[in-house]
Write a protein that binds this ligand. Structure first.
Ligand code: BG6
Ligand code: MG
Length: 216
């Protein structure tokens, strides 16, 4: 029998598809610096913090910058990203996400957000789903990026549940690793080839059910 009492959800790629906005903003920055990167490269940025993403992109362009310059570049990218997410609507919640959150809540499970993003507040507000979470742990509340388990452990703590009673939903390899490091169950959202370390992999929350949760 399952001991699951709480569900912790990553945001980007699990509840909303913001990867395309991150991609557009990073690509604009790279183009201004005189180079480009592919959508395939962009996959490597999923789940990765803003600072680390910038470092990877500068490496791809073979560009060296001082810490102060990096700070300015990350701020510039974030300004463009925020311009895009400020126009998001409830339609942009991924299929089945809202329904599965409501299913969990109706079944008496607690819910938390566990995201690396410092922009989660705006995304939740624009898509109208903030009320579906008992706790929100995001990039503003953690110091260690995934695959460190800090974000999920803080989520479990905020929900007052032991990590072993929590299941994490994640689309990024770093996030699956973080959940495992936190000794939690994890459902991968995406491809089994990429997220094979998860207890279960589904293509989206529209494929989830309470039965699948109980059988983890
Ligand atoms: C993660 C995204 O959820 O948040 C990453 O998958 C992103 O691509 C990271 O870099 C940080 O987001 P933000 O909104 O704080 O720049
Ligand atoms: Mg994600």
């Amino acid at each position: 029998m399952s001991t699951i009492k709480a569900c912790i959800f990553d945001l980007d790629g699990v509840i909303v598809d913001t990867a395309v906005y991150h991609y557009k903003a990073w690509k604009r920055l790279a183009n201004e610096l005189g180079f480009d990167f592919t959508e395939e490269d962009n996959e490597k940025l999923k789940g990765v913090s803003r600072t680390r993403s910038l470092e990877l992109i500068l490496q791809w362009g073979d560009i060296t910058k001082t810490d102060a310059e990096k700070e300015e570049l990350a701020t510039r990218k974030n300004k463009w990203y925020v311009e895009m997410i400020s126009k998001m609507t409830p339609d942009e919640v991924l299929p089945g996400a809202m329904e599965f959150l409501e299913t969990c809540i109706n079944a008496g499970l607690k819910t938390a957000l566990g995201s690396a993003s410092k922009n989660s507040g705006m995304i939740l507000e624009k898509t109208g789903i903030a009320h579906l979470f008992n706790a929100i742990i995001d990039g503003n509340k953690v110091t260690m990026p995934k695959p460190d388990p800090e974000v999920f452990l803080k989520g479990a703590e905020a929900l007052n549940e032991a990590p072993g009673n929590c299941v994490v939903f994640e689309d990024a390899i770093a996030g699956v690793e973080a959940a495992i490091a936190g000794e939690m169950k994890v459902v991968g959202i995406g491809s089994p080839q990429v997220l094979g370390a998860a207890n279960l992999v589904v293509s989206g929350l529209n494929e989830m059910s309470l039965e699948k949760l109980e059988n983890l």
